[in-house]
Design a protein around this ligand. Structure first.
Ligand code: HEC
Ligand code: HEC
Ligand code: HEC
Ligand code: HEC
Ligand code: HEC
Length: 207
């Protein structure tokens, strides 16, 4: 009986510590977001269209260099090819239905930052941050998967030191890019030449 208060105290401490650890792990964006890979209404494959056929990202994501949003392509873009290629494929039935009815396909959104945080694709691509730094190797994905947590600390890690992520402009959509041996020097030059200065102040992203 004399030991009881000690045991109860120890037990209480253990419960508190494990629930703090649990919440920290399970509620962090790393656990809730990374790996998110919803099944799309139509089995479109980046591995086929980008990896095999070699289409450039900008053929479909036309807004990416000029605006905040990359944009998912309209049915028209797919029909440029699929009026002729695999025109009778059952896998494309939904595409043809969308084309005939003029009702857009409802693609499920995978990458999303909350409305109170401001993100702009064009600002990042202008200075040579490649799609791969934030989206992973899309050309290898049958189904797009969230590879990075999109958390505030993830944004800030790169904003504090972007040098490993700055590429020559003609490499921004390349997948599987390996930084060359002189990457640090190249990045220093780019930072000077393009006046690269990623915001770390709150108002930079919370406008
Ligand atoms: C032929 C058109 C096409 C090309 C080329 C293409 N995409 Fe896509 N992309 C799509 C479509 C359609 C979707 C929506 C369906 C899906 O998620 O698979 C999409 C979705 C995405 C998403 C997820 C969007 C979200 O909801 O968060 C990312 C990221 C992406 N593409 C990146 C790329 C990158 C990087 C490249 C180049 C390496 C590329 N795409 C090339 C058509 C294309
Ligand atoms: C530049 C031409 C081109 C564009 C643009 C294009 N595709 Fe394709 N797509 C192809 C080719 C080529 C194949 C492979 C055909 C084969 O396997 O012989 C294909 C195959 C497919 C398949 C598999 C069909 C099957 O029966 O196996 C789907 C699904 C598909 N595309 C969806 C889309 C969607 C959705 C878009 C628009 C976001 C799109 N494609 C844009 C050329 C294109
Ligand atoms: C610096 C990181 C970063 C880079 C580089 C980047 N993206 Fe994104 N992307 C994001 C974030 C963050 C979101 C979610 C944005 C939001 O919710 O407003 C996103 C969303 C998207 C989406 C879906 C929503 C939309 O904006 O239409 C597509 C498609 C996409 N990116 C494609 C691309 C392509 C293609 C490239 C390269 C040409 C690229 N991204 C480069 C971080 C990045
Ligand atoms: C891989 C590196 C990288 C990641 C990840 C990244 N950024 Fe950036 N970001 C940059 C660089 C480099 C610049 C500097 C652009 C310049 O100076 O013109 C920048 C600039 C910006 C700007 C200023 C744009 C403008 O118009 O002045 C905003 C806002 C921004 N980033 C928001 C975000 C947010 C929000 C995230 C996370 C969801 C994010 N960034 C993730 C590298 C990154
Ligand atoms: C580089 C861009 C960037 C900068 C700079 C930045 N934030 Fe954020 N912040 C974000 C993003 C993106 C999110 C959303 C993260 C998520 O969805 O998990 C966020 C989320 C938040 C949240 C909500 C946290 C939560 O867990 O829900 C608060 C509060 C916040 N930021 C405050 C700040 C303050 C204070 C500063 C300045 C010291 C700051 N931010 C600077 C990008 C930024």
């Amino acid at each position: 009986m004399n030991k009881l208060p000690g045991i109860v105290t120890m037990g209480a401490i253990l419960i508190v510590v494990s629930s703090v650890l649990g919440i920290w792990y399970w509620w962090s964006p790393l656990f809730t977001d990374v790996g998110y890979m919803p099944l799309q209404p139509l089995p479109y494959s980046h591995a086929l269209h980008v990896g095999k056929l070699g289409l450039d990202c900008r053929y479909c994501h036309t807004g990416v260099e000029t605006s905040a949003v990359a944009m998912v392509p309209p049915t028209q873009t797919c029909m440029n090819c699929h009026t002729l290629i695999k025109a009778d494929s059952p896998k494309l039935a939904l595409l043809r239905a969308s084309w005939n009815s003029k009702i857009p396909i409802h693609w499920l959104r995978i990458h999303k930052v909350p409305d109170y945080a401001y993100f702009d694709h064009s600002a990042h691509l202008r200075v040579g941050v490649g799609c791969e730094s934030c989206h992973g190797n899309i050309a290898a994905m049958e189904v797009v998967e969230l590879k990075e947590p999109l958390s505030m600390s993830w944004c800030l890690d790169c904003h504090r030191d972007p040098s490993l992520h700055l590429r020559p402009h003609d490499q921004i959509t390349t997948m599987g890019w390996v930084p060359p041996a002189n990457q640090r020097e190249f990045a220093e030059q780019q930072i000077k030449a393009l006046h690269i200065n990623p915001p770390q102040k709150c108002s930079g992203c919370h406008r």
